[in-house]
Design a protein around this ligand. Structure first.
Ligand code: NIG
Ligand code: FE
Length: 411
């Protein structure tokens, strides 16, 4: 829990005045200290100092040898717990089938639902644990995980229990989101409103009472949950003290972003099809825009208008959306490359979006997301000497060492 890191070439703190989220031009200010040391005590950031700062007695010392140090990445949108895999759909898309066509033919979310319903809790735990370990190796120290592949009370609760066991056991900080409204299960194919009632009258109160999730998410999209259903679910969720998030404007702009902004969703995520109405609504709200560029790459969909959003001073986060259907990578380093090359974000903006603003999208930016005195010591050392190299030299893992809550992880 106590560590001293010396000879840091660039310490990218991201914030230095306790900012809880950054917008506009602030997103480019990374508050970089060069040639410094970092003192970690009791799992927290204790001091940043120049070469004159000496390590206290009896402390482990890491010599960074001029390397770059960043706050641990915060992946604020993932579907890390699932069974099975869908390389068959990946191959189908390579031959021209679309994500929607595959879903309509019974694949997509329902295919993972079938595998997840059949899987034991132990199997779901083990596979997710391996993925979380890999995420840590890629520099991600906080992960939001959604349910949403159970779609029945039993299977959704099974997923949430696994997420909560991982939260208890794993080194990473885990945040649980209830996504019962991810798709309509086959049992309710002809009675969609019936499923929404089941969600509102039975599942939401249970999730809240057992404290199984912090957030509630809805896939608001043509053919999935419409605006009225989404509104009903998020209003009901709020009554139980659950905080709303929305999968919005992924394939069609049907007003989900505006709805999220109106109801104070903590974030609206995806936004590939967001138009000027969505941008205007976000501008007048506290809601964070979370963009998922890996999804656009993987499905060959358009990219979210991140540049316009940042220019409009909307707080913006980047996440992976790691899931077996639409985004099978958990590298936020790679997402930063996509942000810079496909969405015209700068390397600095992409780092802020994957750290402090990701933490804000989980309500955790008072504790993590930047390297500031008193915050958790989630600190990642990279094998590079200029932070811009991380997104520039892409599709490789630049992580050298990972420190989570002051503990140097051993992998
Ligand atoms: O965020 N859009 C809806 N949900 C996921 C995809 C889930 C799946 O295909 O399994 C997403 O992209
Ligand atoms: Fe998603």
């Amino acid at each position: 829990m106590n560590l001293f890191i010396k000879n840091i070439g660039q310490l990218i703190t991201v914030a230095s005045h306790g900012e809880r989220v950054k917008t506009g031009a602030q997103m480019r200010e990374l508050h970089i200290h060069t040639n410094v040391s970092l003192l970690i005590q009791n799992g927290l950031i204790a001091a940043i100092g120049g070469s004159e700062m000496n390590p206290p007695d009896d402390i482990d010392v890491i010599d960074a040898e001029g390397r770059v140090v960043l706050p641990g990445f915060v992946d604020s949108h993932t579907h890390t717990v699932f069974a099975g895999s869908r390389e068959n759909e990946f191959a189908m898309r390579s031959e021209g089938k679309s994500y929607q066509e595959i879903a309509e033919a019974g694949g997509g979310i329902l295919s993972t639902m079938r595998a997840t319903r059949e899987a034991s809790k132990r199997e779901l735990y083990r596979t997710a644990e391996r993925r979380l370990n890999d995420m840590l190796r890629h520099g991600t120290t906080t992960v939001e995980i959604k349910s949403g592949y159970g779609l029945s009370p039993e299977a959704e609760m099974k997923m949430l229990e696994v997420i909560n066991e991982l939260k208890r056991d794993h080194y990473s900080t885990i945040v649980a989101t209830f996504l019962g409204a991810h798709a309509f299960p086959p049992e309710y194919k002809e009675d969609k409103q019936g499923y929404v009632s089941r969600l509102c009258d039975y599942m939401l109160p249970y999730v809240a009472e057992k404290k199984l999730a912090t957030f509630v998410d809805v896939f608001c999209e043509k053919g999935y949950f419409d605006l009225k259903m989404t509104e009903q679910i998020i209003l009901e969720a709020k009554r139980y003290g659950l905080i709303p998030k929305i999968h919005a404007d992924q394939m069609n702009a049907i007003g989900a972003t505006e709805l999220g902004a109106r109801h104070n969703a903590i974030s609206v995520d995806h936004l590939e099809k967001t138009n000027e109405h969505g941008i205007a609504a976000l501008k007048n709200s506290q809601t964070i825009a979370t963009v998922l560029p890996g999804c656009s790459l993987f499905l060959n969909h358009p990219y979210a208008p991140a540049r316009s959003m940042i220019d409009a001073e909307i707080p913006l986060a980047i996440a992976t959306d790691f899931n077996p259907g639409s985004q099978m990578s958990y590298s936020l380093q790679m997402m930063m490359t996509l942000a810079c090359t496909q969405m015209r974000m700068t390397p600095e903006e992409s780092i802020t979006a994957a750290t402090l603003n990701g933490a804000a999208a989980l309500g955790l930016s008072g504790e993590i997301g930047s390297i500031e005195i008193g915050k958790h010591a989630d600190v990642v050392l990279y094998n590079v000497h200029d932070y811009r190299h991380i997104a520039y030299h892409y599709a490789v893992n630049h992580v050298w060492k990972v420190i989570k809550n002051g503990v140097l992880l051993d992998f």
